[in-house]
Design a protein around this ligand. Structure first.
Ligand SMILES: [Zn+2]
Length: 165
């Protein structure tokens, strides 16, 4: 299975708004398998959105289970995710596969309720909070052409260069 190339800022394609997936058919499922494989090949990454690999459809994967200190629902494939309700605020540092050299502080809702379809086309709803909710909000932003650097809390001296690269 092909590991797919990640689009990196300032690639204009990252600004494209992704389209709704009309049907979770075998083509979409094949694509999801590739997306999973790509995410798995990137150690430490907790999420990926289809547009990051140049496919502009509303599909994200989030899996924070490698950080069990945070409450989570395991490996989540979310097709056409929509946030129905959000509450609270929390500021935390985020990074992104598409902005590989920096991290920055971003304000996100603390708690969200969302609906989506899973990889089999069934409707699912989740309530989530904290780090998992942050990761989902970050990935949904990609579907709308937004990056975490658009949402930085402080304009000055907030972006940090990653020291581990
Ligand atoms: Zn990202």
């Amino acid at each position: 299975m092909a590991k797919l190339e990640i689009l990196v800022y300032p690639d204009e394609r990252l600004r494209q708004v992704s389209q709704i997936v009309k049907a979770v058919d075998s083509k979409i499922q094949n694509f999801i398998a590739n997306l999973k494989e790509t995410l798995k090949s990137l150690p430490g990454c907790v999420g990926i959105a289809a547009p990051q690999i140049g496919r502009f459809e509303r599909i994200i994967i989030v899996d924070i289970s490698s950080r069990p200190q945070h409450k989570n629902h395991g490996h989540l494939v979310l097709v056409n995710p929509v946030i129905l309700f959000s509450e609270g605020n929390s500021v935390g540092r985020e990074g992104c596969l598409s902005v590989p050299e920096y991290t920055g502080k971003v304000n996100r809702a603390k708690f969200i309720e969302l609906e989506a379809q899973n990889e089999f086309g069934s409707n699912v709803t989740y309530q989530m909070e904290g780090y998992e909710a942050r990761a989902v909000q970050h990935e949904i932003d990609h579907l709308d052409g937004k990056l975490f650097i658009d949402r930085l809390v402080g304009k000055r001296n907030d972006l940090k260069r990653r020291m581990d690269i």
